[in-house]
Design a protein around this ligand. Structure first.
Ligand code: PGA
Length: 241
């Protein structure tokens, strides 16, 4: 399993359902080669394209966007953690709000998926975050705490699991919490328990080349999960520079 403590910042490109062969070729060609060694760059394309990155992944790692909670068997259309491992995938996003929303993924499933990933030496990036309504009702910390306590397997620790704080209302909207709010939420996550205190915690939700520096510079933020801006190679290069 990859050693998370060797990195100070994580930049995870979540392509979602985007990209094609020519886009990938150009992307690999244009990706900034000079990002600091302490930066861990993770590219998460649609699973079908993972093979197109193989052999090129010398300055970045490969990540998947989702995984089956099942190991094997009659589960048409699913991809197992073991096949990702066979393929050399080091990271996998779990519990993204789009999966929770469109595919009814709940904390129990997030936990099962994260467990399967750990069994196969893949780092789960467990996403948590509040909706706008929950934020307005001052429930942010309560919601996130529950998602973490219910969605993180017992086998998780700071060396093998990353937490991503992604406010649902900030994803793809161009809106972000204030810098102070991000700091407070990340600090609150650290305060959930002694065990969680030293986890790598990254922020996601409308991160772009203009706001990334202020966010990353927060002492409680260990990187970013980037959707839209990760598809614009110039922007992504600026973010990881
Ligand atoms: P966004 O997406 O950067 O486009 O807001 C982030 C995410 O969904 O992980």
């Amino acid at each position: 399993m990859i050693n998370l403590s060797q990195f100070s910042s994580f930049f995870v490109a979540n392509w979602k359902l985007n990209g094609n062969l020519s886009f990938i070729k150009e992307y690999i060609h244009s990706l900034n080669q000079n990002s600091a060694n302490a930066n861990c760059i993770v590219i998460c394309p649609p699973a079908i394209y993972l093979s197109n990155f193989k052999g090129n992944a010398n300055n970045f790692y490969l990540g998947a966007q989702n995984i089956s909670k099942f190991e094997k068997g009659a589960f048409t259309g699913e991809i197992s953690a073991q096949s990702l491992h066979d393929f050399g995938v080091n990271f996998c996003i779990v519990g993204h709000s789009e999966r929770r929303h469109y595919f009814n993924e709940n904390d129990e499933e997030v936990k099962e998926k994260a467990f399967k990933l750990l069994e196969n030496e893949i780092v789960p990036i467990i996403c948590v975050g509040e909706t706008l309504e929950q934020k307005q009702n001052n429930e942010t910390i309560k919601v996130i705490t529950n998602q973490i306590l219910n969605g993180m397997p017992n086998q998780s620790n700071h060396k093998n699991t990353i937490i991503a704080y992604e406010p649902v209302w900030a994803i793809g909207s161009g809106l972000t919490p204030t810098i102070e709010e991000i700091d407070i939420v990340h600090k609150s996550i650290r305060n959930i328990s002694k065990n969680i205190n030293n986890y790598k915690i990254i922020y996601g939700g409308s991160v772009n080349s203009e706001n990334s520096k202020d966010i990353i510079n927060l002492s409680n933020v260990d990187g970013a999960l980037i959707g839209g801006a990760s598809l614009k190679i110039d922007d992504f290069n600026k973010i990881i520079a």
